[in-house]
Design a protein around this ligand. Structure first.
Ligand SMILES: *[C@@H]1O[C@H](CO)[C@@H](O)[C@H](O)[C@H]1NC(C)=O
Length: 198
């Protein structure tokens, strides 16, 4: 790939919009979650941390669906690549879609709605760290499952633009994990400490 712009029209409106969606999602949930953690504003607004968490979760589900829509739209308006329009990449894409789906669904089932949608920032902590499947395969199965799904979509659509967007998803998740991991650990460390003081 000597010249990327041959395969991906970087200035295409729907491509840029998809990029913005991909960057916006984790930015939004981290800003909201830390704001809630520091001020309890969302919980106070609706009167309960559980309801607040469910509301934010609903917004995040909508945003995730919207991001996938933007991703698909960006691929639809961009050229596809001949060498990817072969059975190999297509079936690899299907496998990735399946594996990604399994990772995302099984982490959701393991964590529950509140655990998945930032409950710890609302003060709703899990009793113990979830270590069973799929968390024994990767520490962040939700993020890597989601990345695998996007890669699968890009491959089944033979879309170079989709591949570039998937790389951005992976980088954005990597940054999000680096940003969220220590903070969540700190929340649980404080919980353990206050438990000891009782
Ligand atoms: C993860 O846990 C599942 C179920 O508990 C088990 O079947 C699987 O072998 C484990 N995988 C690894 C890599 O440890």
């Amino acid at each position: 790939m000597a010249d990327l712009s041959q395969y991906v029209r970087l200035q295409d409106g729907s491509f840029i919009f998809a990029l913005l969606c991909i960057v916006f999602n984790p930015l939004f949930w981290n800003v909201m979650a830390r704001w809630e953690y520091r001020t309890r504003s969302l919980s106070r607004m609706v009167g309960s941390p559980y309801i607040a968490c469910y509301c934010l979760g609903a917004v995040l589900i909508f945003l995730a669906a919207f991001r996938s829509h933007c991703f698909t739209e960006a691929m639809r308006t961009q050229p596809s690549l001949g060498v990817l329009e072969t059975p190999g990449p297509y079936y690899l894409g299907l496998i990735l879609l399946g594996a990604g789906g399994i990772l995302v669904i099984s982490s959701f089932l393991a964590l529950g709605f509140v655990g998945t949608y930032l409950g710890d920032y609302f003060g709703i902590l899990m009793d113990e760290k979830v270590t069973g499947f799929p968390f024994n395969i990767t520490e962040n199965p939700m993020y890597w499952g989601s990345t695998a799904n996007y890669l699968g979509l890009a491959l089944t659509n033979a879309s170079p633009a989709g591949l570039v967007l998937t790389a951005v998803v992976a980088v954005v998740y990597k940054v999000a994990i680096a940003f969220e991991g220590p903070f969540t650990e700190e929340i649980y460390r404080k919980k353990a400490e206050s438990g000891k003081n009782k």
